[in-house]
Design a protein around this ligand. Structure first.
Ligand code: SAM
Length: 236
């Protein structure tokens, strides 16, 4: 077997830290799936308009490709303290590092960059290679009666996300026309409290950074609020 990518994801997530654990959790995360030739042809997408969501099958290309695998993993959901079998998990480190995400589909567009599928609510790193696209079919794929083991819905913190004056100015400068939805994106990501599970009771207020596009978002958290301190260009 030798699978070739049909395209690559362009997403705001230029670093793994901060990417939500599953799709649909950060709806402001919009992405493009840029198709490669010979797949970049309109007829290959005929009929897709009728589907609001699609499955994206992709490769966990960053760090996982040659990392090997282990029969047990420590899901962040369990605070990294407990192990479960790799096949009972959605961990990126697996025998074949392939991921699946059901995401909102906003249409096919052709512009000077070529043919692309517009997506919303992704959990995919920028540059992710995509192996296949399939329509999401609710009558078969939506299983409301299913049980989900340890993978309970993530806790969204009740803490407000506040922007300092200078962070607010930085965001306005970085996203002058609001096209990147940077305010919403940052607020939705931080509301997921992206700290590793073992740190969620960290007593001290300390600074963290997440990277979105070419920006480093500096933030901190205490028991009252999440504060965005500053938004700076990533050092070259
Ligand atoms: N929805 C997919 C699945 O269930 O197969 C992915 C779930 S996995 C737990 C989500 C995490 O994968 C993200 O939080 C991010 O850290 C990581 N990730 C996303 N894209 C990646 C990539 N291209 N290479 C390596 N890790 C990636």
């Amino acid at each position: 077997m030798n699978f070739e990518p049909i395209g690559f994801i362009r997403s705001p997530y230029t670093d793994k830290f901060g990417i939500p654990r599953q799709p649909g959790l950060v709806t402001a995360a919009e992405a493009r799936l840029e198709l490669l030739p010979p797949f970049a042809r309109e007829e290959a997408f005929k009929g897709i308009d009728g589907f609001s969501h699609v499955w994206i099958l992709f490769v966990f290309h960053q760090d996982c490709l040659h990392a090997g695998w282990h029969p047990t993993v420590r899901p962040p959901r369990l605070g990294g303290r407990e192990t479960v079998g790799v096949f009972a998990s959605r961990a990126p480190y697996r025998p074949n590092p392939i991921g699946i995400s059901a995401v909102e589909h906003l249409g096919v567009e052709r512009d000077t960059r070529g043919l692309a599928l517009k997506l919303r609510g992704v959990d995919l790193l920028d540059g992710t290679p995509v192996l296949d696209i399939k329509p999401y079919v609710p009558y078969a794929d939506a299983l409301p009666q299913a049980s989900s083991g340890f993978a309970t819905p993530p806790r969204v913190t009740a803490l407000p996300v506040a922007f300092s004056e200078s962070a607010r100015r930085d965001v306005e400068l970085a996203d002058p026309n609001g096209q990147r939805k940077l305010f919403e994106l940052i607020a939705q990501i931080l509301a997921q409290d992206p700290r590793p599970g073992y740190m969620d009771r960290y007593p001290e207020r300390r600074e963290f950074g997440i990277q979105l596009y070419d920006l480093n978002i500096r933030w901190c958290i205490d028991d009252r609020e999440i504060n965005v301190i500053g938004v700076d260009p990533v050092a070259a």
